[in-house]
Design a protein around this ligand. Sequence first.
Ligand code: BT5
Length: 256
Amino acid sequence: MYTNLLSTLPIGEIHWYDEISSTNDAAFEAAEAGAPDMSVFAAGKQSAGRGRMRRTWVMTPGSSIAVSLLLRLSQAEMSSISLFSPLAGVAVCETLRESYEIPAQVKWPNDVLLNRKKICGVLCETRWQGEALLGPVIGIGLNLLRGSAPKLPDMPYPAFSIEEETGRKIDPAEMLYELVSKLTALRPLLGTPAFITRWEANLAYLGEPVALICPEKAPIRAIVRGIDPEGRLLIEREDGKKESILAGELSLRALN
Ligand code: BT5
């Protein structure tokens, strides 16, 4: 049960599940029933944790965090809806750096890497209830302790835990509290240049060559130059041409 500390924060409902299919699904069910903004759904175990594009997210009870936040956006926030997913990545990085001195980075658009290894994934989803948009629901899976990161074949990014990389055993309840506080503090910056600055300050591969992989197309080889005001990745191709890339099917791989 990682959620006791959270009750001291000015947030919505707080739900804990010893086991559930997916905390994102729990958040959407509650959203349909009217749960308020900033409701938190956390679980010790997920039987059907998922990543983007129907990929599987594996977690280990007691040593990783699986949490989803249900947001109800204001009219003004709707124009920044695509930034809520990176918001989570930036919040995880800033929490790890400020509260634990751990230098994690965001792999655009939103995975969190530590020493170039994946310690955290973010799944940001919306659904429709009739004509009303539900969400976004921001799902965050974070590998804290040894044994929490699955060693599966064919992982594009090796999965590791914070303990494996740093030797530090972070308390899940404390981390969850710090993370939700950070997310709440960063949220008003969305749509302002300050958020892009904070994102770039935590961006992995800045100034480095990468390959952008798109299914059934030749990879784009380029240098990462930053993030534009809309949250697109700024790259410079080998011929010097600059471009902004939208998050979507593209995935980013290091070249060295
Ligand atoms: C993600 O997807 O990285 C988003 C993962 C979001 C998980 C959270 S947990 C709370 C909430 N409830 C859910 O059901 N989901 C969210 P993607 O970028 O598609 O990466 C998925 C890939 O990461 C998989 O195909 C594996 O290769 C790898 N993977 C699976 N489990 C992992 C883990 N624990 N740590 C690191 N990598 C993992």
